[in-house]
Design a binder for this molecule. Structure first.
Ligand SMILES: Nc1nc2c(c(=O)[nH]1)N[C@H]1C(S)=C(S)[C@@H](COP(=O)(O)OP(=O)(O)OC[C@H]3O[C@@H](n4cnc5c(=O)[nH]c(N)nc54)[C@H](O)[C@@H]3O)O[C@H]1N2
Ligand SMILES: Nc1nc2c(c(=O)[nH]1)N[C@H]1C(S)=C(S)[C@@H](COP(=O)(O)OP(=O)(O)OC[C@H]3O[C@@H](n4cnc5c(=O)[nH]c(N)nc54)[C@H](O)[C@@H]3O)O[C@H]1N2
Ligand SMILES: [Mo]
Length: 760
């Protein structure tokens, strides 16, 4: 029997010897397996595991906050650590209420539907009276808030994307903003068991579909054939989309029938396009000045798109920017004007590429899901406003039409996420992080978030516990066996929270008397029932567990997004106020926000090439190809992508020459917010004026005050303001930097393993 395991980057076959995993191999059922997860057993990772509960020295001595992130830790027994955590939860609850506990705990955690750390922590905190939560994600905040007003919630849109086989058959022109990066489609929350994207793109190209990639970088599309690259300036896509819409309208290429039947507000948008409302017609010449794309190319592209079965696809990175709602709204508007939404192979894609999920032809049903209970604390923050919250208790913010205030947080509790990876302006976060009285973290590794805790509880990995691997609309569900002994005294998050619940008097509510295996059987049974309703027969739990895997058969055929809506919008209305696509939204206009009015508009971002000082470059910090965020960064696969142990920063040859920089050099990337050391990669695959520093190198601040971060972490440079008053989303892609040669002795990147760090 082959033992399988599942991860966010795919399913793998586990080679066992004497009851322990010794190697991982690609899953034979996967046409394009990802190499990322093959390295989960690497000794480099094992060395940085947390082995025993540990408490920061200054906190233990006198609840001192100053040393957080810098001091050593003292290992303690589990019983002592759990007493300390329960004591702190009880103290803060009694003195300040549950509204002083921040348990948002944003992060991807690991695959596995039961041991999902975010679900575990939320369920636990709900049993003790609730916590301050977060809303939306770093992935999608601008789009997640905008899209339900004008079309549909993002989760629904992702699930109903036109299937790849339909695109393969019908799409003549595929225009993508931000590519369809195969590196990103390696990933899918819970287990992408069948990597579909690289093959689908190759087959589309082979059948003659023409691809155009509009992106500051060339290599975020791979079709196996040539394609046109339109190297746009970052954060200016809205201007390009508006100019395309201008040409379509002026030349009468829009589909008046579709607009009348399926949309509202076109007549209120046209005066803006023509410049009647602001004195500026959104002509191709106007857009050329903003985007750097030649006016003639813009005008021709509009005609090409109107003249062929066209799929217009947008990457999520575009909305991770200042005014990030606008490219999504402009894209929806243009696709509606072209009138191809609901046709096979035409229309709009808002999730092709970011993960493996969109375009799947497999059945849709709810996978096993741990119920989180009810959170009675009403206070929340938009997810990326964490530093604002900690620095500014009581401060006001707007969100999705409402007015709110930041809570006063005393205790921060994190399991399954790494804010010292995901947040912007990490130097500012470091200052904000000094505010809470206590920080508790469950982690697997001595990574930056563990090092910024007061109490660290060591958690197991997926290989060290039993679980069920499944991602929405995937082909396989996997019985994840326990194949490895945990290091030291690491425990499952479920076991940790169960013991804490016992100390808090809520054990019965948290565990409901079930072992982990009993939970698996229960949750599987619920999913089995949901699958049956969707026309899919799953075997009973015992058979599933013995088989190790089940292939999801039936329940789905290739689909066309909004085919039924297009045919009869009255019978199949959208959940927008009008039931139609909203080119103009009365509701958003009614919020009265200057930075997000009632239709798509071009507004300058806070930082972009249009306001750059001489020498400044636009920095993109995209998803890393050899990791999932910060996960597995010490692995040999991740390390092999670095230059001298640092994350590479890609730069155009002309920009390198202008600065006298050579390939492979250690460079200082900096702005007023911070500085980092990266390894230079010179390549014509990025547009002049742009650099790309992918995320995920473990944050390694130099203890010397003012010295650059040492590992090439872009978030010491990014800007920490909200996308707009509507969504408050993360705007990591809006960021200007300078790059210079590093003078002097190059500091070493810290070794992230444990012994130099923990004292006993
Ligand atoms: N500059 C910039 N910043 C960005 C982005 C960007 O494009 N540019 N992208 C943003 C996006 S889209 C996202 S989603 C975020 C991602 O941010 P995160 O999701 O926070 O990043 P991860 O590295 O996946 O963090 C997961 C953490 O959970 C831990 N973990 C895994 N499994 C378990 C478990 O079972 N139990 C416990 N207790 N811990 C576990 C891992 O060790 C890891 O530290 O980053 C955001 N940040
Ligand atoms: N290997 C791997 N895959 C991942 C992840 C990972 O960490 N590693 N993270 C996953 C997660 S959590 C998410 S949310 C998704 C994110 O998916 P996305 O947000 O779509 O991914 P990014 O890699 O940030 O950006 C995609 C492309 O958009 C380009 N781009 C950036 N800014 C602009 C712009 O202003 N205009 C245009 N036209 N293009 C721009 C970038 O250069 C990049 O090539 O990826 C997922 N996939
Ligand atoms: Mo994300």
């Amino acid at each position: 029997m082959t033992i399988l395991t599942s991860s966010h980057w795919g399913v793998y076959e586990v080679e066992m010897q004497g009851g322990e995993a010794v190697a991982l191999h690609p899953f034979k059922g996967d046409p394009d397996p990802s190499p990322i997860g093959l390295h989960m057993l690497a000794p480099e990772l094992e060395r940085s595991r947390i082995r025993r509960p540990a408490v920061r020295v200054g906190w233990l001595e006198g609840r001192k906050r100053e040393g957080r992130g810098r001091e050593a830790f003292v290992e303690v027994a589990w019983s002592e650590a759990l007493d300390l955590v329960a004591g702190e939860l009880g103290r803060v609850k009694a003195a300040h209420g549950n509204g002083a506990i921040f348990g948002g705990s944003y992060g991807w955690s690991s695959a596995g539907r039961f041991h999902h750390a975010q679900s575990q922590i939320h369920r636990f905190l709900n049993t003790i009276g609730g916590y301050v939560r977060h809303q939306d994600s770093y992935s999608l905040a601008a789009a997640r808030v905008l899209m339900p007003h004008i079309m549909a919630p993002m989760d629904e849109l992702m699930a109903i994307h036109t299937s790849w086989p339909v695109l393969e058959e019908h799409t003549a022109l595929f225009v993508c903003l931000g590519g369809v990066p195969a590196k990103n489609a390696q990933v899918g929350a819970g287990g992408p068991s069948e990597h579909r994207v690289p093959g689908a793109l190759r087959r589309m190209a082979a059948r003659g579909c023409r691809f155009i990639n509009i992106s500051p970088v060339r290599d975020d599309l791979e079709t196996g054939a040539g394609f046109e690259w339109i190297p746009i300036r970052p954060n200016t896509d809205t201007a390009l989309l508006l100019a395309l819409a201008y040409v379509v309208e002026r030349e009468g290429l829009h589909d008046a029938g579709f607009l009348a039947r399926c949309t509202v507000g076109f007549e209120r948008f046209v005066p803006y396009l023509r410049g009647e409302t602001d004195g500026m017609a959104k002509t191709p010449e106007w857009a050329e000045g903003i985007t750097g794309v030649p006016a003639a190319r813009i005008a021709a592209l509009a005609r090409e798109m109107a003249g062929a079965r066209t799929m217009l696809s947008i990457a999520w990175s575009l909305q991770r920017s200042h005014h990030g709602e606008q490219p999504f709204w402009a894209c929806t508007t243009l696709a509606a004007m072209l009138g191809q939404i609901g046709t096979p192979g035409g229309g709009l894609g808002v999730a092709y590429g970011p993960t493996n999920g969109a375009g799947s032809p497999h059945a849709r049903f709810a996978g096993p899901t741990l119920p989180q209970g009810e959170n009675v604390v009403r206070a929340f923050i938009p997810v990326a406003r964490i530093s604002d919250m900690l620095l500014n208790p009581g401060g006001a913010f707007t969100y999705n039409g409402g007015a709110h205030r930041y809570p006063d947080i005393r205790l921060v509790y994190w399991a399954g996420g790494n804010p010292f990876h995901h947040h912007q302006d990490l130097n500012r976060l470091s200052r904000a992080w000094e505010k809470p009285e206590t920080v508790v973290v469950h982690e697997q590794f001595w990574n930056p978030v563990a090092r910024h805790a007061d109490i660290v509880l060591p958690a197991t990995t997926t290989l060290e516990r039993e679980d069920i691997g499944y991602a929405t609309r995937e082909k396989f569900m996997v019985a994840m066996q326990r194949v490895k002994t945990p290091p030291g005294e690491a425990r499952d998050d479920y076991a940790i929270f169960s013991d804490l619940a016992a100390r808090m008097g809520t054990e019965a509510a948290f565990t409901e008397g079930r072992t982990a295996r009993e939970w698996l059987a229960l949750l599987y049974g619920q999913s089995q029932a949901a699958a049956r309703r969707a026309g899919v027969v799953l075997p009973d739990f015992e058979i599933f567990w013995q088989q190790g895997v089940v292939e999801i058969e039936g329940g789905s055929t290739p689909q066309v997004m909004y085919g039924a809506f297009r045919a009869d919008p009255k019978a199949h209305p959208l959940k927008t106020p009008s039931g139609l696509i909203e080119i103009y939204s009365e509701r958003i206009a009614g919020f009265g926000l200057a930075d997000c009015p009632g239709h798509a508009v071009w507004q300058e971002p806070a930082e972009w090439l249009g306001n750059a000082a001489p020498g400044q470059l636009h920095m993109l910090s995209d998803q890393p190809d050899r990791r999932l965020h910060s996960q597995l960064d010490p692995s040999p696969w991740s390390a092999a992508g670095k230059i001298g142990g640092r994350q590479p920063v890609s730069m155009h040859p002309a920009d390198a020459a202008a600065r006298g920089l050579v390939d492979g050099a250690v460079v200082r990337v900096f702005n007023a917010r911070g500085a980092t050391l990266a390894g230079l990669r010179v390549t014509a695959d990025v547009r002049p004026g742009v650099v790309r520093l992918s995320t995920g190198a473990w944050f390694d601040p130099d203890p010397v005050v003012g010295a650059p971060e040492r590992h090439g972490n872009p978030n010491v440079l990014t800007l920490d303001i909200g996308a707009s008053g509507l969504s408050q989303g993360c705007i990591a892609q809006t960021c200007l930097v300078e790059v210079a040669a590093f003078e002097g002795e190059v500091p070493r990147v810290r070794a992230f393993d444990q012994p130099d760090f923990v004292v006993r």
